[in-house]
Design a protein around this ligand. Structure first.
Ligand SMILES: [Fe+2]
Ligand SMILES: [Fe+2]
Length: 137
């Protein structure tokens, strides 16, 4: 059974963003499988790296979509700040794992999942209706 099961509750109502979120879930699930199957730390760090990089790609794309569609400035700032906080936390974990002072394990993955999924469910969902009203779907 996958670590995170995608369900329509996670949909933000924007196809491109749903696809990117789905890919994030997929990458987290791959990392879960790699941990569970006892892959070496080096391999785990490589897989983790892919996730960190894709989180950054996604945040950039999401912010651009909001900017291009004149998302209300205060909400945009707040959202960008959340992204910055999240990426900082994720990168800190990644750097610790790389330096050997933290292990890529299920506990770490649980944290990652919670941060990412709460952000999608609570913050990303807010831009859906706004962007829909601008003709983005
Ligand atoms: Fe997102
Ligand atoms: Fe976001």
């Amino acid at each position: 059974m996958p670590f995170i099961i995608w369900n329509k509750e996670y949909s933000v109502g924007i196809k491109s963003m749903d696809e990117q979120h789905y890919k994030l879930v997929d990458l987290a699930n791959n990392l879960y499988e790699a941990i569970k199957s006892g892959r070496k730390n080096e391999a785990l760090i490589e897989t983790f790296k892919g996730l960190v990089e894709y989180v950054q790609v996604h945040f950039n794309a999401e912010e651009k979509l909001m900017e291009d569609n004149d998302y209300p400035f205060n909400q945009l700032l707040k959202h960008k700040q959340e992204h910055r906080d999240l990426i900082k936390k994720i990168k800190e974990l990644f750097e610790k794992a790389k330096a050997g002072s933290a292990t890529v394990n299920l506990e770490m993955l649980n944290f990652l999942r919670d941060w990412i999924m709460i952000h999608i469910a609570e913050s990303d969902k807010k831009y859906g209706p706004f962007l829909n009203s601008k003709g983005v779907s």
